[in-house]
Design a protein around this ligand. Structure first.
Ligand code: GLP
Length: 243
């Protein structure tokens, strides 16, 4: 696992955006795995700027989002579908048919998980997977658990995650209880993984991900077994890493 520590949030965002753009320059039909949350917002802004300046073309890029809430209509502003439109897809030229986000409103959620997993297998492997990290070490919505769940599946969100995400929903009761997420195996099959983290509130999380036990009780720890995984984090998030 590689670690890059940069000055602040703006720097890690720019670095991640440049990495995505460079990967697309090298492989125009890149298969790109995408996260949501607060952390990647600035990376998306930078990518939109690079695109507007004519330095990156998403025409042949294929995207797969990590996760989506179950039972939240796509048009709800808190759905990850809405998040992606607002922060990224509306501003760039990824083709509609190349955008993949799990359908949290599917009649049969289990079947939707299978469909999504098979689609990733058919179009993948994912060349470049960008991740954020939850305070409890979750990646995508893979919550701490007794075992690593390999494939796309339904996840019951922990109280901690629901509380963290309730700031977007206004109240805890409005946060969906379940989500569809790529599994840890799906994520680990990506050729290259970049994890972004920013801020002091992520320092303990990053310390555990980097130096704690590799265990499904702290899902991000599994990334240390990946051949090409880089954490790009700012100084504040790096504060508790032993020098
Ligand atoms: C959500 C998402 C994750 C994300 C995490 C951290 O629960 N499902 O993909 O990494 O939150 O979010 P933030 O970047 O807002 O701290």
């Amino acid at each position: 696992m590689n670690l890059i520590v940069m000055k602040d949030y703006n720097e890690i965002s720019r670095q991640a955006a440049l990495l995505v753009a460079a990967s697309i320059a090298l492989k125009p039909n890149l298969v790109l795995g995408l996260p949501t949350g607060r952390t990647p917002v600035q990376m998306y802004k930078e990518l939109v700027l690079i695109h507007r300046n004519g330095f990156v073309d998403f025409k042949n890029v294929v995207t797969f989002n990590l996760d989506e809430y179950v039972n939240l209509p796509r048009k709800n502003p808190n759905s990850y579908y809405s998040y992606m439109q607002k922060n990224f897809f509306r501003h760039v030229n990824v083709r509609k048919e190349n955008i993949h986000i799990p359908d949290g409103m599917a009649k049969n959620i289990k079947e939707e998980c299978t469909r999504y997993e098979e689609l990733i297998r058919a179009k993948g492997p994912i060349d470049l997977m960008i991740l954020g990290i939850g305070h409890n070490g979750h990646i995508g919505f893979n919550e701490p658990s007794d075992e690593f769940v390999p494939e796309t599946h339904i996840e019951s969100l922990t109280e901690k995650t629901r509380i963290a995400n309730s700031k977007y929903f206004g109240s805890l009761s409005k946060v969906p209880a379940k989500a569809i997420t790529m599994g840890l195996g799906t994520i680990m099959h990506s050729k290259k993984i970049i994890l972004l983290a920013s801020g002091r509130d992520k320092a303990e999380t990053i310390k555990r991900a980097i130096s704690g036990n590799i265990t499904p009780r702290f899902p991000a720890s599994v990334l240390r077994l990946h051949r090409d995984c880089t954490f790009i984090i700012d100084k504040e998030a790096a504060e508790m890493i032993k020098k």
